[in-house]
Design a protein around this ligand. Structure first.
Ligand SMILES: C[S@@+](CC[C@H](N)C(=O)[O-])C[C@H]1O[C@@H](n2cnc3c(N)ncnc32)[C@H](O)[C@@H]1O
Length: 319
């Protein structure tokens, strides 16, 4: 699998450490239905997208932030629920830009969850560990192998592995970055000052962010039901269909989702939502089945390969 590439238009306004955008090259024979219109908002508006997550998350949605701003400014919910939180860029942006009062992030991955627990409740401890650490192959391997003795150590281990593994992949079997940026190897994505800055910013907003570790498929429906327009959901599930560009099973420890079940939940709840998916035949069928709306968001990566993802909403928003 190709390492993440910057899409065209991702200029140098952001320093190297800001280039953690989670877009993958599509090397598979992608199904492109062409039946949905292209979004009126471009995929990446980098100048307007601050990097706020300490993670470089596979499948991260930094490129979608202009859509998120547009959507939330229009609907103005009080609470944003993000049931597949990952690197959390959408929840962080929504709260830090006052697009919502509160965000609820849910994530099933125990390692990622450890990080968010500490980032939200004891960020200074993480910052202390970050400043004391210089990743070498030996130290990172030892950290990965050792049993965790505390939640803070677990959180720190997750962050170190995320920043030193190829493309930020934490799933079992992921390899370490080899050459990395400017041949700096494991150090090429380790920016203590930048990470500390992002963690301090998160700490400032921590009272407005609730993190829950768990399986969203089990409690998304009861969580959403009955709140009407006060709650909206941003939904970015792992997608693993054969030939899908994300090959989700290699990116995440937890990657099996009942996609039809998720669409059913959204149809039943009536909650306002914005959801992203690969443009795969089964997803296209589900969009039609539930009469949801979808637009294609297109972008190109540094190799001029075209990337496309669907943005799905209950009402027509982006066409
Ligand atoms: C596509 S990634 C989300 C990326 C995120 N939007 C970002 O910008 O960083 C999907 C995430 O869902 C998590 N996940 C998978 N199954 C889950 C479940 N049943 N409940 C909660 N989280 C789950 C995965 O661990 C992964 O972190």
């Amino acid at each position: 699998m190709a390492d993440f590439q910057l899409p065209l238009g991702f200029n140098d306004n952001h320093s190297a450490q800001e280039s953690d955008i989670g877009i993958q090259e599509d090397t598979s024979s992608t199904f492109i239905s062409q039946q949905f219109p292209v979004s009126r908002i471009p995929g990446v508006n980098v100048a307007a997208v601050p990097q706020r997550s300490p993670f470089r998350y596979p499948g991260g949605k930094t490129w979608l932030i202009p859509h998120i701003r547009d959507w939330l400014s229009l609907s103005r919910p009080r609470v944003l629920v993000e049931p597949f939180a990952g690197g959390g860029i959408v929840s962080l942006t929504a709260v830090m830009e006052d697009l919502v009062d509160q965000a609820v992030m849910i994530e099933r991955d125990h390692d990622v969850a450890a990080f968010w627990h500490i980032a939200l409740h004891d960020g200074e401890e993480l910052i202390r560990r970050i400043h004391e650490f210089t990743p070498t192959r030996e130290l990172v391997t030892a950290l990965e192998r050792d049993d965790v003795r505390s939640l803070a150590q677990h959180a720190f281990r997750t962050l170190v592995l995320n920043r030193t593994k190829r493309a930020g992949i934490l799933a079992p079997g992921a390899s370490f970055t080899k050459a990395g940026e400017s041949n700096k190897g494991l150090l090429s994505r380790w920016y203590p000052d930048t990470l500390a800055k992002r963690l301090r910013a998160i700490a400032k907003y921590a009272t407005r962010i609730t993190f829950i570790e768990g399986d969203s498929m089990r409690f998304l429906e009861p969580l959403l039901r009955g709140w009407g327009k006060q709650v909206a959901a941003f939904i970015d599930p792992p997608y693993t269909a054969t030939g899908g560009k994300r090959a989700g099973s290699r990116l995440y420890t937890h990657c099996a989702i009942d996609h039809a079940g998720l669409f059913d939940i959204l149809a039943r709840c009536q909650t306002d939502f914005l959801m992203t998916y690969d443009e795969a035949p089964e997803i296209v069928d589900l969009i039609h089945l539930h009469q949801f709306h979808a637009v294609r968001v297109e972008m190109k990566n540094a190799h001029h390969n075209r990337l496309c993802e669907l943005v799905i909403t209950r009402d027509r928003l982006f066409s």
